[in-house]
Design a protein around this ligand. Sequence first.
Ligand code: UDP
Ligand code: MG
Length: 316
Amino acid sequence: MTKLYIVIPCYNEEAVLSETAARLGEKMHRLMSDHIISDSSKVILVDDGSTDKTWELITEIHYSNRIFSGCKLTRNQGHQNALLSGLDCAREKCDAVITMDADLQDDINVIDEFIKKYEEGNEIVYGVRSSRKKDSFFKNKTAKIFYKLMNFMGAEIIPNHADYRLLGSRALESLFEFKEVNLFLRGIVPLIGYKSAKVYYERKERYAGESKYPLKKMISFALDGITSFSIKPIKMITSLGVIFVAVSGTMLIYSLVSYFTGHSVSGWASLITSIWALGGLQLLAIGIIGEYIGKMFLETKKRPRYIIEEFLDEDK
Ligand code: UDP
Ligand code: MG
């Protein structure tokens, strides 16, 4: 029987946590009584430095039901790092681990299918949403652009798969071989390899509370994803440089010809636009390169990706 751990990052989730724990607790007990998962399976709730009552709630849930463990990070480290800290706690304790969101958007009824695929020999099982009907028009469009852009930029990510996935213990161990500080799990997991499968599910609306990914965070998440996975933007800058040199060569010939044929002086408008265009492009290029240098700076420092303040895991 599979010993399953479920890891859930929670950031200011007091509005949904009780309901999530109740539904998930029930689901886990059913899976246990159906002998699908072992009795020592657990759920780890990671508090990602919440400022509301999330940790108090997690403590309460832990003491009222022994299958729930709590892991408290010293401060907010972001979704990806919170996930990783939970995976670290689950490491070496289980056969397989599933990560999911705290807001009940990921359908817990497909856990059975996850386990089935795992038992068929898949080390990684991706939860893929079958449709985006429940999303706003805006989120739908931005998500589409995000996946297109990511693939164009060379990061191989699975479309419509977020962080609802199962990792077998071998895949989990391999994941910890990736030491990067700029963590983008969706890009890293496919790089691990092993046999994998997909499970389709309908993604629901957030049960309560607000999305912790406003537009600003979404954009920075996408940029991080691209710049930690591909050097294509820098290559594009180089190509752009080549094109511009070619254009300036043509312009030189053109201006020489007009000088000798006596059509010079005018042309202020084209001059001013090219000054602005070139200036802008140069700034953009420096910005992109700076982004990579910044990433290298963070990687060389090897700062810890998270620090665990407390881990509630005893059967009391
Ligand atoms: N989350 C986190 N740390 C953060 C932001 C989010 O642990 O800094 C968690 C959050 O509690 C939730 C999950 O990441 O369980 C996904 O966030 P959310 O549901 O707000 O994102 P959305 O589904 O709207 O993309
Ligand atoms: Mg959500």
